[in-house]
Write a protein that binds this ligand. Sequence first.
Ligand code: URA
Length: 242
Amino acid sequence: SDLKPVPTQCVGPTYRSESQKPTAVVSTGVEFETVTILPQTPQLIALLSIIRNKDTQRGDFIFYSNRIIRLLVEEGLNHLPTIEHTVTTPVGRPYDGLSFQGKICGVSIMRAGEAMEQGLRECCRSVRIGKILIQRDEESSQPKLFYDKLPEDIADRWVLLLDPMLATGGSASMAVDVLKSRGVPEERILFLNVLASPKGVQNFATKYPHLRVVTAFVDQGLDDKNYIIPGLGDFGDRYYTV
Ligand code: URA
């Protein structure tokens, strides 16, 4: 396994001195310009601490992972193109602002990625959402595409690809290859992810140098079953069944 010990760091607003801040393990850094890690705020670390806890029950797991997902979607939207847009306020004055440019859609990698659909819908009203089902082939233990249903005009859209866990990057890579085969250029894919392994990010960002990744946290490594560690266990099980 690629586990390295990670020191704790002070977490909190810059106006507090180091001695006034609690310490926690924050995300591992990555050297890829295309990868954005959410700011390691007290709020994010506290939310992650809840969903990582093995004693957290399903109701709380859903509630708090939804909050992290919402943060990811809000950050992800910052990476979509905007154009200058001036509006007139009710007092008759102009405000020079921005408006979003371009059509988007979501694509969730089933089953865990479906948990991120609601957060996307909350921010993008009536957004179209496609699905991709990839499962490990029993014989080869390689990821295999079982099903996909994508918007017809997906090649004309920005795609927010949804999967909360990036372990080896096998499923995410296969999903990107499906999107590319439907005419979506890498530059127009944004991968939203809760928890990544260093290897997963490394493999993925190297393979797709023009694709943007927004993740909440890059964890320490993978165990021998390719679970992220320390991780949070099986996201789909904890969100949908356990
Ligand atoms: N998928 C999960 O749900 N958890 C992991 O740790 C890795 C992949």
